[in-house]
Design a binder for this molecule. Structure first.
Ligand code: C5P
Ligand code: MG
Length: 224
């Protein structure tokens, strides 16, 4: 068995049988997926929901970048090349990172109950199905809708200081393509399921944040 992702290799563990039920029950754990193109403002909006509403923010991209840097990770080179080309890292890696981090968060809080914003995930249909089957069914999807021209301007600006290998014109083009071809079908799928809250992400962070809270309150009640 390969070493656990996001953790030191665990010696002597038996292979796990395939799971038929999710690790976390939606009665205990609330999951909101946060989607939108690169540069739509997902991270910015999640940070506000964390500070004002006590969610735990898990960015799939941040977890992948951390795993890429982790000494001894067997996935470092793979993650690096996928990110540079704006491609979707194989789902097993990302889902295991998310599940490990959710379990750690609950363990540290000493509680079975938690509320998670999962940012930049699922970016592909297989990730959506696998996560809901094996980790936790999602409650809603926040979708930040933004034209490419606006996102491109934001990403090029961020690229001046972000140090990210993919905030450059060539990687941005590839990320937009992946978003349209691979990630929008996920948004469309959840739309058909009636789970999407679509928010215009072109306005200022304050305005987008106010719209987010209003729409979440309508859907989940005032104590969301
Ligand atoms: O969300 P963020 O822009 O930080 O993601 C950066 C990159 O990480 C993506 O372009 C993609 O290569 C990778 N990623 C992924 N699967 C996800 C989220 C991010 O492969 N669910
Ligand atoms: Mg982000």
């Amino acid at each position: 068995m390969p070493p656990a992702i996001g953790a030191p290799p665990a010696a002597g563990k038996l292979p796990q049988p395939p799971k038929s039920t999710p690790t976390f029950s939606p009665d205990d754990v609330t999951v909101l997926f946060v989607l939108g193109g690169p540069g739509a403002g997902k991270g910015t909006q999640c940070a506000r929901l964390v500070s004002e509403h006590g969610f735990t923010h898990l960015s799939a991209g941040d977890l992948l970048r951390a795993e890429q840097e982790r000494p001894g990770s067997q996935f470092g080179d793979l993650i690096k090349s996928y990110i540079k080309d704006g491609l979707i890292v194989p789902m097993e890696v990302t889902i295991q990172l998310l599940e490990n981090t959710m379990a750690d968060t609950l363990r540290k809080a000493g509680s079975a109950k938690g509320r998670f914003l999962i940012d930049g995930f699922p970016r592909k249909m297989d990730q959506a199905h696998k996560f809901e089957e094996t980790v936790c069914p999602a409650r809603m999807v926040l979708f930040y809708d933004c034209p490419e021209a606006v996102m491109e301007k934001r990403l090029l600006e961020r690229g001046k200081t972000s140090g990210r290998a993919d905030d450059n014109a060539e990687s941005i083009r590839k990320r937009f393509r992946t978003f349209v071809e691979t990630s929008m079908p996920v948004v469309d799928y959840y739309e058909r399921e009636g789970k999407v809250i679509k928010i215009d992400a072109t306005a200022s962070p304050d305005k987008v944040s106010a719209a987010t809270k209003k729409r979440l309150t309508e859907k989940l009640g005032s104590s969301f």
